[in-house]
Design a protein around this ligand. Structure first.
Ligand code: DLL
Length: 435
């Protein structure tokens, strides 16, 4: 492992009992802020028979009610604000792909904290002020671009705000402006890598050393593919608009989970069915309580993301708790003929058999039985019109999926470049049963 570097060592490597003290202290203030300044929270707490006086430390967290995406929808747009609009300096929003548009507000201090978290993430990926950071996440209402842009500025790195799209120009800038760190979604990184190959470029032709990829689930297999094509080390970064955006947690060089910025958030893992808090190490739904948010405090916010937490010491020296790579979301888990299926499991099978992460999962219902169709793109090297060969490949994928999922899927191999590429978050599942 290389030299250990941190953006704020005194906080990132703070002994854990000190982090706890800090969290306890901040929690009381944040709960009081929500109670006093956000009538929506006060009503929810009253309904559960709890007041800020009942919260003496984190041990009392479980007494507080959860906040759900449904609450966000009910309170849209201003109902959860903890500060007057005149104290706010920014609005960001989700794309609303799940039908629930979230609008989040930030004071100057909220932005400062968000930038700090993104700066920590860039340093954890090996970044310094001498790096050139190309931010190819979308800018605008989506938090990816503004978040990494802010972190890169705070670190003092030279920032190229390309935003997403115009892939040939992305590659030209990486090369001509000597970008050393690329920030975008993993699916866009794969697309940029694919285009580089088509242009006859190898990793030696570009100065990139690291990528900071997040905003969607991606498998270890996809990580290795991108790393090979671009000749970089690829780091995962997690976040959500409600909490700020990217940077809530990030990978260090050890890459065994993402460190959650515990000085700003308290994470919990709950059973998504019962709401019970689960012991450390259990897989369940991630819940966050913010500790410093002024404009948009969130108390026990249910993310619907599925992961587990560990406080095992990390060789990188950071003491903040780690969350494992996301397993999926409670709302992207498909139930097909009664079997729970995560798109990430399907991706693992495809990539293990040498296919690129260009695929579509189509779920339907025929005669009251669920159907699972997986369309997978062949690489140009695999592409053939020999039907026997194609059938053999399809059968092998069907078998792979059966042993991973315990389900029979229909697999169709399609020609290279027939599945639409994504410049942001990829949409891979089409569930026709919901329509
Ligand atoms: O995706 C923020 C972000 C931007 C994170 C850039 C990382 C990089 P939203 O659009 O609100 O915010 O979507 C949040 O995306 O609840 C997860 O389900 C998913 N997600 C985010 N990061 C990851 C990741 C941004 N690293 C939702 N792995 C979250 C898997 C992720 N899923």
């Amino acid at each position: 492992m290389g030299e250990k570097r941190y953006f704020q060592p005194e906080i990132e490597c703070m002994p854990h009992d000190k982090i706890r003290e800090l969290q306890n202290e901040k929690l009381l203030k944040q709960v009081r802020h929500a109670w006093e300044d956000v009538p929506y929270y006060r009503d929810k707490m009253k309904a559960k028979g709890v007041t800020p006086d009942d919260i003496k430390s984190m041990d009392d967290l479980h007494k507080l009610p959860f906040l759900t995406k449904d609450d966000l929808r009910k309170a849209y747009p201003y109902g959860l604000m903890g500060k007057p609009l005149s104290d706010c300096v920014r609005i960001q929003s989700t794309s609303g792909t799940t039908g629930q548009r979230v609008v989040a507000f930030y004071t100057m201090n909220d932005i400062h904290i968000w930038d700090t978290m993104c700066a920590r993430a860039i340093v954890a990926a090996g970044g310094t002020k001498d790096d050139v950071v190309q931010v190819s996440y979308g800018y605008g209402l989506f938090t990816g671009g503004p978040g990494l842009n802010g972190g890169s500025h705070m670190l003092g790195s030279l920032t190229i705000p390309t935003s997403s799209g115009n892939t040939d120009r992305q590659i030209m800038f990486i090369k001509d402006l000597s970008a050393t760190i690329l920030c975008c979604t993993p699916s866009y990184a794969a697309f940029i890598g694919e285009r580089m190959k088509e242009m006859g470029m190898t990793p030696d032709d570009i100065p990139l050393k690291a990528g900071i990829f997040g905003a969607e689930a991606w498998s270890e297999e996809m990580r290795h593919d991108i790393e090979k094509t671009m000749g970089i080390k690829a780091y995962d970064i997690y976040g959500l608009t409600e909490l700020c955006g990217p940077g809530v947690s990030f990978e260090c060089s050890d890459q065994k989970g993402m460190h959650i910025n515990e000085d700003y958030f308290i994470p919990e893992i709950i059973d998504p069915k019962t709401g019970d808090v689960l012991p450390e190490g259990s897989l369940g739904e991630l819940v966050f309580t913010t500790l410093d948010k002024e404009a948009f405090p969130l108390i026990r916010y249910r993310t619907r993301d599925i992961t587990s937490l560990t406080h095992e010491p990390c060789p990188c020296g950071r003491t903040h708790v780690r969350m494992t790579k996301l397993k999926g979301r409670t709302d992207d888990m498909l139930i097909i003929r009664g079997v729970n299926v995560f798109p990430s499991q399907i991706e693992t099978v495809l990539i293990n058999q040498g296919y690129p992460a260009n695929y579509q999962i189509i779920v339907g219902r025929v005669n009251n039985t669920d159907t699972l169709d997986v369309r997978v793109e062949m690489t140009p090297e695999m592409f053939t019109d020999n039907l026997g060969e194609v059938n053999k490949r399809q059968a092998k994928l069907v078998e792979g999926l059966r042993s991973m999922l315990g389900l029979t899927a229909k697999v169709t191999l399609v020609a290279p470049k027939t599945i639409v590429r994504s410049e942001g978050k990829a949409v891979r599942v089409i569930d026709n049963r919901k329509i």
